[in-house]
Design a protein around this ligand. Structure first.
Ligand code: G6Q
Length: 550
């Protein structure tokens, strides 16, 4: 059933009307009128305290937003996802990352197959392989144990693994070295291999399709490096494993499919970190911690599936995101984890959110007459406070910010952690309440500086506060964002699981590669700018030595 277009939904019209009132309200007023607001506008799930009170909303806004979720068919579409229906319409696929973390004793039959059984048989094989490598039982070509793991993959086959490795480094085996190669820029691979002994190195080639140009180029170069170092083609079998849905291509590459771990077309790349794409994560933290990670995801899946919308954290996150995007007109969202281990979380969320909801047509292909996914970006706190937070506080754009903090540090040291966390609370305060002209004057500020020091405030934030970063907590946090993205996409009526927008550039690049490689001067038939750039590149490449002596 096609839902009514967003702008014609009753709740959306009511929200437009309601916004006329809310647009003039300041968070200072909303807090003053409602002393209980801070505690009331918060929900706890899986040890995560979610405070959304510093958004420009009141109870009426929230109840209209919940109505919008209901009218948009969020529950129906959510249930369709969990049932394995083909909700990814443009690719005609099921969307079942939730099946990747269902317990072993559960069952989910999709197209006549129990997918949970399949998921767990791959997880079991992964565990055995991981234990063999971590215990030193697995021997490389020269008989040495593996000390280095290099994951080669890009996009969804890189961002999850590298984010999870960094996030859970505290729980990782410190005597193993982990490196992640994604960019086709040879520097990425060359630097990753620097200092590694080939006979102690295991490459994990992570590619759902096993057809991605960057990954295959890096995989071939890694293979050449290994064979050159060890002087024997046969070494490949002991030093390469693959994660893919394409056994044929894996075998063509020369990787023994015994060392291949599969997944399924119903796992989207950006939703795949808890599939076999997480092999490097499991290698780092071990099967038990990996299972904890999956447990955290699953707990939030259950919360998303069963909690009433008013207390459903991912639904609330999504509703606030829609409010900020479609009513306040915010074009961008900052994600600031106040935890150094989460330094790659913003990059991970960038793909999750922007590749999912950066869409301009509805599920049926109709062009949209409203805004969809905003730009996500971020850096770990407190670093950003000494650079771009200026714009967050006093710029002309309103940028809602997610602030993520923990009560306990994994590396307690003197006062560090209280200093760090005081900044989470202080930033949320400053963004919400700012500093008024009378307050600035009362501080004895010279008159000509008063306007410069005034901070308007009224800038929305969400604060996520948990006890300590664990594998389970990480799984829960990521699942919250996954389901928030799903809910936003449902309200906007887009396909959050395709990514056609990244195709054109790939096709054009493939046409240009031979023109850059050619030694003759093939005729160029692009637009005049592209022709001139290619000609200039070719002449620079021919006439100048690229090698700089060090
Ligand atoms: C994610 C995207 C994309 C994909 C990469 C790698 O949702 O589809 O980022 O993960 O292009 O694809 P392969 O895993 O097939 O190499």
């Amino acid at each position: 059933m096609t839902p009514t277009p967003l702008r014609r939904r009753k709740a959306f019209e009511a929200l437009e009307h309601h916004y006329l009132d809310m647009s003039t309200r300041h968070l200072r007023e909303l807090f003053a009128e409602d002393p209980d607001r801070g505690a009331r506008m918060s929900v706890q799930v899986e040890g995560i305290y979610f405070d959304y009170s510093k958004n420009r909303v009141n109870d009426e806004t929230m109840s209209l937003l919940v109505e919008l979720a209901k009218e948009s068919g969020v529950a129906r579409r959510r249930d369709a996802m969990f049932a394995g229906e083909h909700i990814n319409v443009s690719e005609d696929r099921a969307v079942l990352h939730v099946a990747l973390r269902m317990p072993k004793d559960s069952s989910l039959i999709v197209d006549g197959v129990d997918v949970i059984h399949e998921v767990h048989s791959v997880l079991d094989r992964m565990s055995i392989f991981v234990d063999t490598v971590r215990s030193g039982e697995w021997r490389g070509h020269t008989g040495k144990a593996i000390k280095n793991i290099v994951n080669i993959g890009i996009g969804g086959s890189d961002l999850g693994p590298v984010m999870a490795y960094e996030a859970l480094r505290y729980y990782s085996r410190r005597d193993l070295t982990f490196r992640f190669v994604s960019n086709v820029d040879a520097t990425d691979l060359v630097e990753a291999l620097h200092g590694l002994e080939a006979d102690e190195t295991l490459f994990i080639i992570s590619s759902k399709t096993f057809g991605t140009l960057e990954t295959l180029t890096n995989a071939h170069s890694a293979r050449n490096w290994l064979v050159a170092q060890l002087g024997d083609e046969a070494a490949v079998a002991r030093h390469f494993a693959a994660v893919s849905t394409n056994a044929e291509k894996v075998a063509d590459f020369g990787i023994d499919t015994v060392n291949m771990f599969g997944f399924w077309d119903w796992v989207g790349g950006r939703y795949s970190m808890d599939s076999a794409i997480g092999l490097s994560t499991m290698m780092a933290i071990g099967p038990e911690n990996f299972s904890e990670l999956l447990g955290g995801f699953h707990a939030i899946d259950e919360h998303f599936r069963t909690a009433p919308f008013e207390e459903n954290v991912p639904v609330l996150m999504a509703l606030l995101a829609v409010w900020n995007r479609n009513f306040l007109g915010c074009q961008s969202v900052g994600v600031m984890p106040y935890d150094q281990y989460l330094k790659r979380l913003p990059a991970y969320l960038q793909q999750l959110t922007m590749e999912s909801n950066g869409k301009h047509v509805a599920l049926d292909g109709t062009p949209l007459d409203y805004q969809t996914g905003p730009i996500y970006w971020g850096e770990p706190g407190t670093n950003g406070q000494h650079s771009f937070y200026q714009l967050l506080h006093q710029g002309t754009a309103i940028v809602p910010v997610d602030l993520i903090g923990f009560a306990q540090s994994l590396n307690p040291l003197g006062e560090h952690h209280d200093i760090l966390t005081s900044n989470v609370f202080a930033q949320a305060q400053a963004l919400a309440f700012g500093r008024t002209e009378p307050e600035v004057r009362a501080e004895g500020t010279p008159e000509h500086v008063v306007a410069h020091r005034v901070m308007e405030g009224n800038r929305p934030t969400n604060v996520f506060l948990a006890k300590v970063l664990t594998p389970r907590l990480l799984g829960s946090l990521i699942a919250l964002y996954e389901h928030s993205v799903f809910t936003q996409g449902t309200i906007w009526g887009v396909d959050s699981f395709d990514q056609w927008g990244v195709e054109l550039g790939k096709v054009l690049a493939v046409a240009i590669i031979p023109e850059l490689e050619s030694n003759s001067d093939p005729e160029l038939t692009h637009d005049s700018s592209t022709n001139a750039l290619i000609s200039h590149y070719r002449s620079l490449k021919r006439n100048e030595s690229p090698h700089v002596e060090r």
